[in-house]
Design a protein around this ligand. Structure first.
Ligand SMILES: C[S@@+](CC[C@H](N)C(=O)[O-])C[C@H]1O[C@@H](n2cnc3c(N)ncnc32)[C@H](O)[C@@H]1O
Length: 211
């Protein structure tokens, strides 16, 4: 199975960081900031990770939240957090394929993870397939501004040119979390998404699109 699953040590660090930000209310603020109504909606969190976001969606009244990720470690963590909750479904699987019917979900989130997909274009098309008419897709990814602030090392120039190589050849030259937002936007446009918002943050860009 393709994909990039963090080792347990890194996963645990990531989990603790998410926990801190969850307690501080950061994740609630981010989702509430989208200004969408989640009451009784079906939400798919693709490459969902630690399970914190699922709690956010449920607290905002979502009727069903679907967690999908490749990581067995995060699966166990998320299951533990969400045990006893009937409104959640778990799928361990690659984001190239979502085991859901066409037009069956109201909202898809793919946060800080699309770059892991072996085929970004295919994943975006899969998201479009499962979204209902009028549904929303929310994506965040790290951007090049972040690289510029990182300490320089031999990989720095590679990280900067990697998204361009990826764009023109379809091959990832080095595993990189840094993508060109224009590249992602072009996939969305090709599928038929309407882009409602692009937010260029200091280290992340986020896109809200609708079907
Ligand atoms: C940086 S984490 C983001 C997790 C979560 N979305 C968040 O914002 O906290 C990236 C996630 O992508 C998952 N992942 C990596 N490759 C994947 C793939 N091909 N399909 C599904 N999930 C994948 C990892 O297991 C990890 O949970």
């Amino acid at each position: 199975m393709a994909g990039t699953v963090m080792d347990n040590e890194l996963s645990n660090i990531y989990y603790q960081k998410n926990e801190e930000l969850y307690i501080e209310g950061e994740w609630h603020r981010e989702i509430k900031g989208l200004g969408l109504n989640f009451k009784n909606k079906t939400v798919l969190d693709l490459a969902a990770g630690t399970g914190h976001w699922e709690e956010v969606f449920l607290s905002l009244g979502a009727g069903k939240v679907i967690w999908q990720d490749l990581s067995e470690y995060f699966y166990e963590k998320a299951q533990l957090r969400l045990q006893g909750n009937d409104n959640i479904e778990f799928f361990i699987g690659d984001m190239l394929s979502v085991p859901l019917e066409n037009e069956s979900v109201d909202f898809v989130m793919c946060r800080d993870a699309l770059f892991h997909s072996p085929d970004e274009k295919k994943t975006v098309a899969e998201i479009f397939r499962v979204l209902k008419e009028g549904g929303y897709f929310y994506l965040t990814a790290r951007n090049w501004r972040r690289i510029i602030r990182e300490p320089l090392n031999w990989k720095s120039p590679l990280k900067l040119i990697s998204p361009h190589i990826y764009r023109f050849t379809g091959k990832k030259s080095i595993p990189t979390a840094f993508v060109l937002e224009t590249y992602t936007l072009s996939h969305m446009n090709e599928c038929g998404f309407k882009v409602d918002m692009v937010n260029r943050g200091d280290s992340l860009f986020s896109i809200l699109a609708s079907k």
